[in-house]
Design a protein around this ligand. Structure first.
Ligand code: FMN
Length: 173
């Protein structure tokens, strides 16, 4: 099978991770794939913030829990690595650009045997005081919205394969 299609077809969201950290060489390839994603008008106004510190990842889960009233079990699946995809709030393509980068990240990770999942909870709460304070600690610019987070690590439990709806394609000839 075509290797790009095979990679796309074998990617699944992973929601349970081993503690083992991903190798730095793999992280560099994942980031390279991310920054080579397309962006509207080639603005590349995004930032990729990599966090590999368990306490800092837990601190982020905690501010999200508190801002959204989530219970203690919310921990972004406790991955060893997260990459926050943020973009200038005035860039009307900010979410689309970050989404392209995230998919590149997920596919590169999959090709390296590393599991991934999109974490979506930050985008509406970035300007809440405790959340913004932590984002500032992570050196995310004040004018950035975090549109998505890639949770990354080796799968502790394999993801469930979802059937994909093929009835969404329409040909106009
Ligand atoms: C915009 C977007 C937001 C998502 N947010 C979350 C999330 O917050 N938590 C989560 O567990 N999965 C999240 N996902 C993953 C989807 O649930 C997942 O892609 C979908 O169920 C299909 O499964 P698959 O990725 O294994 O193909 C998100 C995916 C997208 C594209």
């Amino acid at each position: 099978m075509n290797e790009v299609l095979n990679n796309i077809l074998t990617r699944k969201s992973i929601r349970s991770f081993k503690d083992e950290q991903i190798e730095d060489d793999s992280l560099q390839l994942i980031l390279k794939a991310g920054i080579h994603a397309p962006s509207g008008m080639n603005k590349q106004s995004w930032q990729f913030t990599v966090i590999q510190n368990k306490d800092k990842i837990e601190a982020l889960s905690k501010v999200i829990r508190e801002a959204l009233g989530r219970d203690k079990s919310y921990n972004m699946y406790n991955p060893p690595t997260i990459i926050l995809l943020s973009n200038d709030r005035d860039n009307s393509n900010g979410l689309a650009d970050c989404s392209c980068a995230l998919e590149n990240i997920f596919l590169m990770a999959n090709s390296l045997g590393i599991g991934s999942c999109w974490i979506n909870q930050l985008k509406t709460i970035c300007d809440e005081k405790a959340v913004r304070a932590l984002l500032s600690d992570f050196e995310i610019p004040e004018n950035h919205i975090v549109w998505g987070i890639a949770a990354l690590g080796y799968a502790a439990i394999e993801g469930k394969a979802h059937e994909k709806n093929e009835n969404v394609i329409k040909y106009v000839k």
